[in-house]
Design a protein around this ligand. Structure first.
Ligand code: AMP
Ligand code: GLY
Length: 431
């Protein structure tokens, strides 16, 4: 079978790497892919842009693609699934209407409020004076969000009111283009975050293993928000009780409501959760795709074949799907440009990937390019160094040793990925 995967990041490298292990798969074309995929068996980057829906359609038809899988949110929000489905082509991902759960934070908040899905109190604004009044009334900390897509960067957790006003001014004055014409301002939620991702098909869903991402740039979860600086799976905060609560009170009501609202969801539904110290979870955000970098450790832990799972979801037979996971833990440490998230790195020589892979790591590419036989930086998040272990501590040690092998001028990475889970393991004592 020939598959088409859309995207070019570390997430797509990991999805393609996992799909390539399927006996059913002969070839995976990745549009546009990245240099890390070139040396992988069965994987071929193809020079098509993620937003060129007509060209992607034409490619899928001409190549008799068995299934197209969409990695990033932008083509989903633009309606790629509707376009493929209208032409009778099989594609894994939500339709345009359902993708608004990620494409518009105001839509997502109104949806949750209408369907009584637990989330932070909020209001939406397109006017600075009204926003200012709401901030004055509620005080800091408070969270300011651009309504539209902003590559994970359109959120400011303001520690004081001045910072909140500044965020409102800069978003409304065009920092994120049209994405910032409307703002959601919401109550700050206390607790610990976790990423809860399920494969969804109408009213059926199957949860993937839990994971947790570190969105802040700096160690200690400080500094500006990024697309994600590292992730690990499982996330011990998602106990069996929390899992049951999230499925019953959040995921199932969400997907049922989507069916009832006339926009049934097929694809990966990612629920970003804030879990308080009593185990109550509230939704921080919905994404309509896999997380990056959560996918990298998740794909390392996924034992069963990924393709039948996606096929079952598309065919409406998800209850027949079987999924199994490797025991132990996996971790992914993002190596980013020193300039990230404000800027990126271009043309810096990268060395040491082979040494990291010889030391039991898998290195997924994101912002890289080839210049002759030299690998160079070409982005904000450049690589994700991933490893598995019997414990999170072991996986972390391996991935950090791998990251230490790799360098380019100005690289940065966090050395504390997984610290919350490691602290929880230590405070429970030896078992
Ligand atoms: P989002 O893009 O909505 O996931 O927001 C990015 C990050 O900002 C989240 O992962 C949280 O770390 C933080 N955040 C967003 N909303 C809230 C909130 N209401 N309370 C506390 N932290 C938040
Ligand atoms: N890691 C967070 C995201 O993919 O949105």
């Amino acid at each position: 079978m020939h598959l088409l995967l859309i995207g070019s990041g570390g997430r797509e490298h990991a999805i393609a790497w996992k799909l390539a292990q399927s006996d059913q798969v002969d070839r995976i074309s990745v549009a546009p892919g990245n240099p890390g995929m070139v040396d992988e068996p069965k994987i071929t980057p193809v020079d098509l842009a993620i937003d060129d829906i007509d060209a992607l359609l034409e490619f899928a038809r001409a190549q008799a693609i068995h299934l197209t899988i969409v990695g990033p949110e932008a083509p989903l929000v633009a309606g790629i699934v509707d376009a493929f489905t209208e032409q009778g082509l099989r594609i894994f991902g939500p339709c345009k209407a359902a993708a608004q759960l990620e494409g518009s934070k105001a839509f997502a908040k109104d949806f949750m409020s209408r369907h009584r899905i637990p989330t932070a109190r909020y209001a939406t604004f397109d006017d600075a004076a009204a926003a200012r009044l709401w901030i004055e009334r509620h005080g800091a900390p408070i969270v300011i969000k651009a309504d539209g897509l902003a590559a994970g960067k359109g959120v400011v957790v303001a520690q004081d009111e001045e910072e909140a006003y500044a965020a409102v001014e800069s978003m409304l004055s065009g920092q994120f283009g049209e994405a910032g014409n409307n703002l959601v301002i919401e109550e700050f939620l206390h607790g610990e975050e976790a990423s809860f991702i399920a494969v969804v098909s109408g009213r059926d869903c199957l949860a993937l293993a839990s994971s947790q991402d570190h969105k802040a740039r700096d160690e200690g979860d400080l500094g500006p928000n990024t697309g994600g600086m590292g992730a690990y799976s499982p996330a011990p905060i998602v106990t069996d009780a929390v899992h049951a609560h999230v499925m019953n009170d959040i995921v199932q009501p969400t997907i049922n409501a989507l069916v009832d609202d006339g926009m049934p969801f097929t694809g990966f539904l990612y629920v970003g959760l804030m879990i308080d110290d009593t185990g109550q979870a509230r939704v921080v955000e919905y994404n309509v795709r896999l997380g990056d970098p959560e996918t990298q450790p998740l794909m390392m832990r996924l034992k069963s074949d990924l393709l039948p799972l996606l096929d079952h979801a598309v065919d409406g037979t998800l209850p027949e799907a079987q999924v199994s996971w490797h025991a132990g833990s996996a971790i992914g440490i993002v190596m980013a440009a020193g300039e990230y998230p404000q800027g990126s790195s271009e043309g810096k020589r990268i060395s040491g990937i082979e040494r990291a892979e010889a030391a039991r790591c898998k290195v997924f590419h994101a912002g890289t390019r080839r210049n002759g036989d030299q690998l160079e930086t070409a982005g904000g998040r450049v690589l994700c160094v991933t490893a598995t272990g019997d414990s999170l501590a072991e996986a972390k040690q391996l991935a950090e040793a791998g990251a230490a092998c790799i360098s380019w001028e100005g690289s940065r990475y966090r050395r504390d990925i997984g610290y919350r889970a490691l602290r929880a393991a230590t405070s429970e004592g030896p078992s």
